[in-house]
Design a protein around this ligand. Structure first.
Ligand code: 5GP
Length: 359
């Protein structure tokens, strides 16, 4: 047994120190980034924000809303091949490969489906492939990443989830372009409670970003996604400041008219369903059963109806631009260079939550 005494931080543990700035308006802050990659020969330009690959937000409908904003939708694993064929054909065919990601697990049936997608020529519609398992420390992930890289030399490959530097580096060296970082921070995730495993998310992002950014060649360097635990737009800003190249989240995309999940009326109020991918709800609804050896590591929640997603997108992008003006960053790329974090007590950072909860 060993105890790591270093202090590790979460989004709630820090604030950003304001800095002198020559920016006069939020409009001057650009949130677009252009990335090249360690393996993939593609160049990607957009706002590096993406949906979680969850049933409630990794949907076709979300892609149609987010792609015009140059943001990415990472599809959930429950779409079948005929669903994709329909989505990519006809007069409403979706035609923006740069803003969608195909998600696969590493089970034989997941890989068989990916192979069929490939032979049916459907993978040409995607720039990204997201290889996603809750515990990215299993050896088999590395093998699957190398195999998928060989089959898809041009695609931008995402792999995760992990929270530490060595494995992040290993994933890049084995074929991933982007490492997905986060074990346990998700709002619908109960991994920390059920297993005791996890890593404070801000520190995980700082450490993994620092590690993979150091792996570079003539074309590009390793990149990271900060996945989960962003409760407010400020958390998204803090993740970018911590070195995240992309931000992925689910709960902030939940509760809107356009989010998937049933709308439920209770005591005269409207709610939308939000549930973790490993919740009993997801396992029963999408896989038809829960394996005997598995415990649920996700929860089901009813989120108060929040209205129209487009208003949220405007608020989110406006808040990020505002962070840029406070810290003197003209472009998203400069956020991490300009950022100084101040450690604060969580109580201070969460002081608004008493109002959210109606206290
Ligand atoms: P959120 O935005 O809700 O804080 O976090 C979304 C992230 O939580 C997802 O991208 C995924 O990494 C993680 N997640 C989603 N569902 C589950 C689940 O059922 N269990 C666990 N452990 N993590 C989940």
């Amino acid at each position: 047994m060993r105890i790591d005494e270093d202090i590790k931080l979460d989004y709630d543990d820090v604030l950003l120190r304001p800095k002198r700035s020559t920016l006069h308006s939020r409009k001057e802050v650009s949130l677009e980034r252009t990335f090249t990659f360690y393996h993939s020969p593609k160049t990607w330009t957009g706002i590096p924000i993406m949906t979680a690959n969850m049933a409630t937000c990794g949907t076709f409908e979300m892609a149609r809303i987010l792609a015009p904003h140059k943001m990415i939708t990472t599809f959930h694993k429950y779409y079948e091949i005929p669903d994709y064929k329909k989505f990519f054909s006809g007069k409403d065919a979706f035609k923006n490969p740069d803003y969608i990601a195909y998600t696969t697990g590493i089970r034989p049936e997941d890989l068989k489906k990916l192979d069929t997608m490939h032979t049916e020529n459907l993978m040409r519609h995607f720039s990204f492939i997201c290889i996603d398992i809750p515990n990215g420390y299993v050896d088999r992930l590395l093998q699957v990443v190398s195999d998928i890289r060989k089959k898809f030399p041009k695609h931008i490959i995402i792999a995760g989830n992990v929270v530490t530097n060595e494995i992040s580096e290993e994933l890049i060296l084995r074929g991933a372009d982007i490492v997905k970082v986060g074990i346990g921070p998700g709002s619908a995730c109960t991994t920390r409670r059920m297993t005791g495993v996890g890593y404070p998310q801000l520190s995980a992002v700082i450490e993994c970003a620092d590690a993979v950014h150091g792996i570079s060649n003539d074309q590009g360097c390793g990149l990271v996604i900060a996945d989960g635990g962003q409760k407010y737009p400020s958390c998204v800003a803090k993740a970018f400041c911590a070195g995240a190249d992309f931000n992925m989240f689910g709960s902030m995309f939940s509760g809107y008219e356009q989010s998937a999940g049933n709308t439920i009326e209770k005591d005269g109020k409207k709610y939308k369903e939000y549930f973790g991918s490993s919740s009993n709800h997801a396992m029963h609804n999408y896989y038809g059963k829960k394996d005997a050896h598995r415990a649920s590591e996700g929860r089901y929640a009813l989120v108060p109806h929040k209205g129209n997603l487009n208003d949220f997108i405007q608020d989110l992008l406006g808040s990020l631009r505002s962070t840029g003006t406070y810290i003197g960053a003209r472009r998203l790329k400069e956020f991490s260079r300009r950022a100084t974090f101040i450690r604060v007590s969580r109580q201070l950072n969460n002081s608004l939550e008493q109002f959210d909860q109606g206290a």
